[in-house]
Design a protein around this ligand. Structure first.
Ligand code: SAM
Length: 218
């Protein structure tokens, strides 16, 4: 445990030196929510490596640098309403909760991962603030809409319409869009106060597919 903690702190420091972690709030959140609490026992010793790791059901927990980049793009402030699509292990949702200091909604389509994430979040102390919703996140989560931010952690063929509809004017959506395997562009989709959309492309990323009604077909 001691060892894991030290290795984690070293990684966070390295990400800061490399210029990947640039926001002190994101750094604090990373230190508070180590990735080793969100992987299965046999992967804990690898949790400080800056690469994706396997989680159940053939899915992945993202590499720390990728998570930091997306959180910084999302520019999360205390009190804002955030939806995550693709709960996976629950790690990113716990980081979001640390940054917004309020409730977070996160949707996961694989029941085994809904349970996995809930267990991890309980153990890490976030089960009261992070609400894991089973279902197809390409349809968003209308009961808590509109959102200031939506963060999608799986790769979509195109921007799902319901997610744009569920964004507040002035809000933004962070989403990888591109091919089924291997390569997507990380898009920052900004909904201007007048409702029009502006898209900034932040370059190539690699995510597992977003599968659902407004995503890839199974
Ligand atoms: N954010 C996660 C974490 O912190 O561990 C990592 C997410 S993993 C890269 C992508 C997740 O998206 C997988 O768990 C996958 O099952 C989920 N997913 C794919 N399509 C989905 C959909 N339509 N709705 C909700 N979750 C989906």
């Amino acid at each position: 445990m001691e060892d894991e903690r030290k290795k984690w702190e070293k990684l966070v420091e390295a990400l800061e030196i490399e210029g990947i972690i640039r926001d002190s709030r994101v750094k604090e959140a990373f230190l508070k929510v180590p990735r080793y609490l969100f992987v299965e026992g046999r992967y804990r010793k690898y949790a400080h490596l800056d690469e994706p790791l396997p989680i159940p059901a053939g899915q992945t927990i993202s590499a720390p640098h990728m998570v930091a980049i997306m959180l910084q793009l999302a520019d999360l402030r205390p009190g804002i309403n955030v939806l995550e699509v693709g709960t996976g292990s629950g790690w990113n949702a716990a980081l979001i909760a640390e940054l917004v200091k309020t409730d977070v909604y996160t949707v996961e389509r694989i029941p085994e991962l809904v349970e996995f994430a809930r267990r991890n979040l309980e153990r890490a102390g976030y089960s009261d603030r992070v609400h894991v919703i089973p279902g197809d996140g390409t349809k968003g989560f209308p009961p808590k809409a509109p959102y200031d931010r939506i963060i999608v952690t799986a790769g979509a063929p195109e921007i799902p319409k319901p997610l744009i509809e569920q964004l507040k004017p002035g809000g933004k959506l962070i989403i990888p869009v591109g091919s089924y395997h291997l390569w997507q562009d990380l898009l920052e989709v900004i909904k201007r106060p007048n409702g029009s959309i502006k898209i900034k492309n932040h370059g190539g990323v690699a995510f597992v597919p977003l599968i659902g009604e407004y995503g890839w077909k199974e």
